[in-house]
Every structure is written in C-alpha cells, then in structure tokens.
Write a protein that binds this ligand. Structure first.
Ligand code: ADP
Length: 251
C-alpha cells in the first residue's frame, strides 16, 4: 500500500454461521482520522464486521488489509503471524464494557499493554493514569468496576482500548446498555476522540451522534451494505425504502 492509501481496506467479506449467511460481500475503506458509523437493523451483521476486523471471528472469505500490514485473504489459511498482526491494529469497546470484575480500574487498563504487548509495567501504569485523568477518572484507579456507574465503567472500557495504542478504535453500540442519563458522558468522550483525529468505526443507534461525528455512514441490511454516504445524505435523504423504513422506526 502507498502512503495515500486508506488505513483499512475491507473487500468481499463473507461469513456464515451454519446456514445463516451473516455477511455477504462487505466492502469498505476507512481513511486515517475518519469516523465511520455502521447503522442498520438488529441482526444485519454490523457487530460481526467489527469482530472480524479485531480477529474475534474468522471470515469465510474476503480481504482485510491495514496500511503497512499484510493483505489477509480469508479464502486461504491464515497464518498465526497474520492473525496477530490483525488483532494488534485495532481495539474494541464492547456494549457491556467487559471489564474484569475482580481487578481494579488500573489493572483492567494495564493488563493488555503489559501481557499482550510487553509494555514495561511502570510505563503501562503511567500511560493508564494519564488516560484516566483525561476522561475524569483519575480518582477511580483503585476502584473495582462494580463501584462505578455504567457511564464510568464504559469510560474505563474506552481507556482500556486507548491504552493499547491501536491504529483503529472499534465501538460496538458503546452506549446502548446505559441508562439514558449516562449516554451523554460517553458520547462526549467519543466526540473528543474523533476531534483528536482517532480513526474509529462505530456501530450505533445514536443517529444524532452519527450525524454530528461520522464522516461516512454505512447502512447494513441482511449482510450487505445497502447504502453508504455522508451522514447528511443517508440520514436525511436515503435512496432505499429499507433505509427509510429503518430510519422512520428509530427516529
Ligand atoms: P448486528 O450487529 O447488526 O445486530 P450481528 O453481527 O450481531 O448483527 O449478527 C448477525 C447475525 O449473526 C444474527 O443473525 C446473529 O444471530 C448471528 N450471529 C452472530 N454471532 C453468532 C455466533 N457466534 N453464532 C451464531 N450466530 C451468530
């Protein structure tokens, strides 16, 4: 890939679970600093795309290529080195933060850098403290997750992803498990990350947020990207009936 190429190129991604074809030829690029929002009905394949990007699922076919990394062709056996190369490029923030319940906030954030990336402990701690400070949670470093509000837990989930220093941040409905009054504090952090130039792919039902922050919206329907474009186009003037019906239902 050349320096002007996208950070991520996804092409012809297909994935079935048994007889259920969940992704049926998904193509998209993500450029550096871009925020891409994945929207669409439940079950349309959005989460599976994120999980394939992060190496949590293995596609049946298709290509995933990060700039400067291998072009991984899933129609062929994938080497362990390629799997690791893929996994290390992105970090995922889950719907239910997935923090370790018996570890402190600091331990949750430093675990990945220390054990997966071999970062020296002192450096991992310094990095974690700086990130916790940034999201207003410096005083929670020694707390256990249960002692935090849902919004605080999710902010720790975001810090944990940032601590891995990935090229790409993946968010899987990061606010949908939160009480409505806690959604705003998490969206504020996401907006700040976007403003700082992080490259992000976000599965979300928060359309007002997508409109404000996303550079491109991909509308998924039944395992394909039915429609894509700038949020102003897709969210206000969709070309497909199915997109319109989806938007009517959730707006
Ligand atoms: P979305 O994020 O758009 O709601 P998903 O990617 O979560 O969609 O799911 C797409 C389809 O794949 C659904 O029908 C879901 O039940 C199915 N699916 C997802 N993960 C698995 C799995 N591990 N095993 C079997 N089916 C799965």
């Amino acid at each position: 890939m050349s320096p002007t190429d996208p950070l991520l190129r996804v092409s012809g991604l297909t994935k079935s679970f048994g007889a259920n074809r969940v992704l049926d030829g998904v193509d998209f690029d993500v450029r550096r600093g871009e925020v891409v929002a994945l929207i669409g009905p439940s079950g349309s394949g959005k989460t599976t795309v994120l999980r394939c990007l992060n190496g949590l699922e293995t596609p049946d076919a298709g290509l995933i290529a990060f700039d400067g990394g291998p072009v991984i062709d899933f129609a062929r056996p994938v080497s362990k080195a390629d799997r690791i190369a893929l996994r290390d490029r992105s970090a995922m923030v889950f719907q239910h933060h997935n923090l370790f319940p018996h570890r402190t906030v600091l331990q949750n954030v430093t675990e990945g850098p220390i054990y997966a990336h071999g970062v020296p402990k002192a450096e991992a701690i310094a990095r974690a403290e700086a990130l916790l400070e940034r999201v207003g949670l410096a005083d929670k470093r020694d707390a256990l997750p249960f002692a935090l509000s849902g919004g605080q837990q999710q902010r720790v989930g975001i810090v944990r992803a940032l601590a891995l220093q990935p090229s790409l941040l993946l968010f899987d409905e990061p606010t949908s498990a939160l009480d409505p009054e806690l959604v705003g504090e998490v969206l504020v952090v996401l907006k700040e990350l976007a403003d700082e130039g992080w490259t992000m792919v976000i599965v979300t039902h928060e359309l007002a947020f997508a409109r404000e922050v996303a550079d491109e919206v991909l509308f998924f329907d039944d395992g394909v990207i039915l429609e894509r474009g700038a949020p102003g186009e897709i969210l206000t003037d969709p070309q497909h009936d199915r997109t319109r019906r989806f938007l009517d239902r959730i707006l």
